[in-house]
Write a protein that binds this ligand. Structure first.
Ligand SMILES: C[S@@+](CC[C@H](N)C(=O)[O-])C[C@H]1O[C@@H](n2cnc3c(N)ncnc32)[C@H](O)[C@@H]1O
Length: 272
């Protein structure tokens, strides 16, 4: 675990001191490092279900899909924003809802960041360990991030949660949140196959609260062509998978090629 990461106990909030094998606070709450290298800092009272977060099959589909490079432009836009808005050469970055670690590992490689990937889904964090040995991978909830107050330079939230109070707590003054959310035309061609009617949703990132100043908010769109296997993976990694009717799924299973719109917002919030 990187020494720069100031972990706190998820039970009592005291600093956690670690060895290669385990972490412990002064109240003797102790947490073992898993064989794969991640830490489980999600107390049962913050779990809310037996296996919270994305399921194993969704995560595996996400990994296959992201590894095709079809969302690479999204990753590049965020890396540019991180490089542009942080003045330190090796920012300490916490990626919230890191999934299977695709973006977190890219932030480490391409922004020189020391990264902490946090997700409530243990399977995602476990898979993430294979993406980087240097990053700190932690099972935890975004609503109680086990990281000390004002100790990190950047928080990223890729298609994830925006919990402004909590992100402001862990960010240093002047640090920033880089957030990616979907635009109204995102995957519109896929939605047109899945649903009888697609209602235009005027999606725009939610308001920035008192802890932040909105520094940048840019919409990006591009198109990409997917083959049958990529389409199936994309469906499986989105919530549409649970809503699609049998006959529409059969239709998609027969689709060999689909040109899709990717539409997303990149927003940067600076902590004041
Ligand atoms: C849409 S996925 C995005 C994953 C990843 N950022 C990506 O773009 O590939 C949202 C992720 O947030 C995680 N998640 C959901 N609720 C969470 C919470 N309360 N705390 C931490 N992670 C959470 C899910 O398990 C899932 O991996």
């Amino acid at each position: 675990m990187n020494d720069r990461v100031m972990l706190i106990c998820p039970l009592c909030g005291q600093p956690l001191k670690g060895t290669e094998k385990s972490f412990v606070c002064k109240n003797h709450h102790s947490f073992d490092v898993a064989r794969q290298g991640y830490l489980h800092l999600l107390p049962v009272q913050n779990k809310h279900s037996l296996s919270p977060g994305d399921a194993k099959e969704m995560l595996a589909a996400r990994r296959r899909f992201l590894d095709t490079g079809k969302y690479r432009p999204i990753c590049q836009s965020v890396c540019e924003a991180v490089r542009h808005y942080t003045s330190v050469p090796n920012p300490l970055l916490v990626d919230i809802g890191c999934g299977e670690g695709y973006y977190t590992a890219a932030f480490e490689r391409e922004c020189g960041a020391d990264c902490v990937g946090i997700d409530i889904a243990k399977d995602g964090v476990r898979m993430s360990c294979a993406r980087s040995k240097q990053a700190a991978w932690i099972v935890a909830t975004a609503s109680h991030i086990p990281v000390a107050d004002h100790s990190v330079d950047v928080v990223t939230a890729m298609f994830s949660l925006l919990l402004q109070e909590e992100y402001a707590r862990i960010l240093k003054k002047g640090g920033c949140v880089v957030e990616v959310t979907v635009g109204s035309q995102h995957l519109i061609e896929l939605k047109e196959i899945i649903y009888d009617e697609v209602f235009e949703q005027h999606k725009h990132p939610e308001k920035c609260g008192k802890h932040f100043i909105e520094t940048e908010c840019v919409r990006h769109t591009y198109t990409t062509v997917l083959n049958n296997a990529q389409l199936k993976d994309l469906l499986l990694m989105t919530p549409h998978f649970w809503r699609i009717h049998q006959e529409r799924r059969a239709m998609l299973e027969q689709t060999d090629r689909l040109e899709l719109t990717v539409d997303y917002w990149v927003r940067v919030l600076r902590a004041v």
